[in-house]
Design a protein around this ligand. Structure first.
Ligand code: ARG
Length: 464
């Protein structure tokens, strides 16, 4: 099985008498996917070396050599000159070995007072923190696009739905502001998660801390963490922060899947509420007339893999004894794919939403179907002194009459309406119009154009 008798090429090879099996080497390596942590890894090492010198563990010459070596390695990686080796297992040992190759024996001192366990925990937190900031900006960009579209549509009337059946007239601006609200909670969840991400595990070493006189406050502040973590065992082992971020990501994808579902429906010829520009759609290889809303459909579909990754991460962490276990190496692929998918989906949405064109006439026409103002008629009767249940019954009968005579509520003659209740007079037609219906829902959170304008102004202040 073994190809060489010793394991001298390994940074941990000292106690081994035979070489790693080739399969085991491939099976245990993570460099193929964790190399994307290189920037965080180097940043963490620079902070660690800076602290080691302040603590008198490295000389100032050694510290300078190490830091400039690490910066050269970063350049090599970014220019494509760096060669990653699977024999060196992961990003951490690849970089450490390259450092020693570059600067000689001083490179071997970098790992004093730390372990790959606190190193990887630090790297992921640094990486995730940057991703949260990037994703938060994308959420803000999307919210901004939604606000702009909502502003153009504060008085665009459409049917509001429950059970996907016409319920009551609403304004398109109001509908869009519901999307905004969902994203606002998503944004807040990301910020909240960031607080728990932004704690420094560095100095926890393998699990118990280290015998060197390290300064954890210093490394925490050099890396812009809020503070060092409080328990070394917990710091090297728990990935709850990544699970929490995946949960926040899943909620964002769930929201995007809902927006997507609506866009798919609205762009269908049956609804024809909105147009998406051609650049966000694709055609069919057989049906020449087709213009498919592939982007929202794909995002709706991609929510599935993000939810799956959340379950993977929970299952990965479940039942793990303290402290670090190699299981944790499996955190990276689901986490990275979650972040990639989320960023792509948000970018697509931030680009697509400003390009949505509302077909106002079709929306308005659809709102005239399906007796959307039936509740308004019942409310009208209540305001004339009738108990709500009786009003509900009377309007139900009126709707049945309309269905039988193929008329809308606002197409009935006054005499026809009065045959259902003598409380009805000429002013009824004010409430049976769509405009009257929406503008009378005039309170915080209501669909009246003046309320939607106020909600947009508040939202604008919130995000700028
Ligand atoms: N590649 C490892 C991971 O991602 C780094 C930490 C390994 N630590 C160890 N003692 N084997 O989890």
């Amino acid at each position: 099985m073994s190809e060489e008798k010793t394991n001298t090429s390994k940074l941990w090879g000292g106690r081994f008498a035979e070489a790693t099996d080739a399969f085991v080497q491939r099976f245990t390596a993570s460099v193929e996917f964790d190399k994307r942590l290189y920037k965080a890894d180097i940043e963490g090492s620079v902070a660690h070396a800076t602290m080691l010198e302040k603590a008198g563990i490295l000389s100032s010459v050694e510290k300078t050599q190490i830091i400039s070596g690490l910066h050269e390695i970063q350049n090599d990686i970014e220019s494509g000159a760096f060669s990653w080796s699977i024999e060196l297992e992961d990003v951490h040992m690849n970089i450490e070995a390259a450092l020693t190759a570059k600067i000689g024996d001083t490179g071997k001192k970098l790992h004093t007072g730390r372990s790959r366990n606190d190193q990887v925990a630090t790297d992921i937190r640094l990486y995730v923190r940057e991703e949260i900031d990037h994703i938060s900006l994308l959420v803000r960009a999307l919210q901004d696009g939604i606000l702009n579209l909502a502003e153009q549509n504060t008085d665009t009337i459409m049917p509001g739905f429950t059970h996907l059946q016409t319920a009551q007239p609403i304004t398109f601006g109001h509908h869009l502001m519901a999307w905004f609200e969902m994203l606002q909670r998503d944004f807040e969840r990301l910020q909240d998660c960031r607080k728990r991400v932004n704690i420094s595990p560095l100095g926890s070493a393998a699990l118990a801390g280290t015998t060197y006189p390290i300064d954890r406050e210093l490394t925490a502040s050099l890396l812009n963490f809020d503070r060092p973590s409080d328990n070394s065992l917990d710091s090297v082992s728990d990935r709850d922060f990544a699970i929490e971020l995946s949960a926040a990501a899943s909620l964002i994808m769930m929201h995007l899947s809902r927006f997507s579902e609506e866009i798919v429906l609205w762009t269908s010829s049956q609804f024809n509420f909105v147009d998406l520009p051609d650049r966000f759609c694709t055609g069919s290889s057989i049906m020449p007339q087709k213009k498919n809303p592939d982007v929202p459909e794909l995002i709706r579909g991609k929510s599935g893999r993000v939810f799956g990754h959340l379950v993977s991460l929970l299952t990965l962490m479940k039942s793990q004894p303290l402290a670090y276990n190699k299981d944790n190496q499996e955190d990276k692929e689901p986490l990275f794919d979650t972040l990639d998918t989320l960023k792509d989906s948000l970018t697509a949405y931030a680009n697509m939403v400003p390009a949505i064109k509302a077909n106002r006439e079709n929306m308005q026409l659809a709102a005239t179907q399906g007796f959307a103002t039936a509740t308004d008629l019942a409310d009208y009767l209540v305001k004339k002194g009738m108990p709500f249940r009786d009003a509900h019954e009377i309007v139900g009968k009126t709707v049945a009459y309309c269905i039988e005579h193929n008329k809308g509520l606002n197409q009935l003659e006054l005499e026809e309406l009065q045959s259902f209740s003598d409380s009805i007079s000429n002013d009824v037609f004010d409430v049976l119009t769509l405009e009257g219906s929406v503008s009378s829902r005039n309170h915080i959170g209501g669909t009246a154009p003046s309320q939607v304008k106020a909600a947009i102004a508040n939202a604008r202040a919130l995000i700028t």
